[in-house]
Design a protein around this ligand. Sequence first.
Ligand SMILES: Nc1ncnc2c1ncn2[C@@H]1O[C@H](COP(=O)(O)OP(=O)(O)OP(=O)(O)O)[C@@H](O)[C@H]1O
Length: 231
Amino acid sequence: MTNRPAIQIENCQFRYHPDSDKALLQIAHWQVEKGETVFVYGPSGSGKSTLLNLLAGILLPQQGSIKLDEVTLNQLSNRKRDAFRARHIGMVFQRFNLIPYLTVADNIKLASHFSSHDKPYLQQRSLELMNDLQLDIELLERPASQLSVGQQQRVAIVRALINQPELLIVDEPTSALDSDARDSFVDLLLKQVKVAGATIIFVSHDRSLAQHFSRQLDIQSFMVAGEKHAV
Ligand SMILES: Nc1ncnc2c1ncn2[C@@H]1O[C@H](COP(=O)(O)OP(=O)(O)OP(=O)(O)O)[C@@H](O)[C@H]1O
């Protein structure tokens, strides 16, 4: 059972405007195994964020299927898809979506709302993650707006990992950092992913980060109709 792929996409087409004659993304076949770390690159506007939204079940393809661990996202009801996302997928976005006026602790709590774990366990887990990511525990009581960009990014990782997701989806979180800080951010992130045995899909414009990952995907290969994608 553990050999099921983390992600399996078949004959998928997605367009934002249903009557447009050309799909933005066409994916004949794409598979990611559990534990793979995938770096996704491509020019601005090429569909990287769209792919992440499809993987998270936030967008649905007009055609084809997207399966995460054998669960077909587009066959779930909206409610079940929301619950599935909350339990199984951690997300870190370009703008980290921390709620600025809530404390760090409350931001993390919001993400653990759907967790199957109890409160003491979640508290313990957030302390461990804060520690692993070199975040001072005192920050828990600070409003997110009072954190530096680097601290906010690490809190966003804590929040994304709190439910022990099998899949982590990360969209260009490093653009505000200099290159040393970027490398150490990615190092920290990948260490956590490895410990958790999770799979990660990481989008960035910065190709120098690709070396940290086990596999690369040029999103433009998903823009060619009918092509079989060997990546
Ligand atoms: N909600 C939307 N409605 C209609 N078109 C959209 C929508 N969101 C994105 N698009 C279009 O789809 C294309 C792909 O956008 P997407 O955000 O996936 O690109 P990206 O590769 O992530 O870009 P960037 O690197 O600039 O973040 C773009 O042409 C964009 O204008």
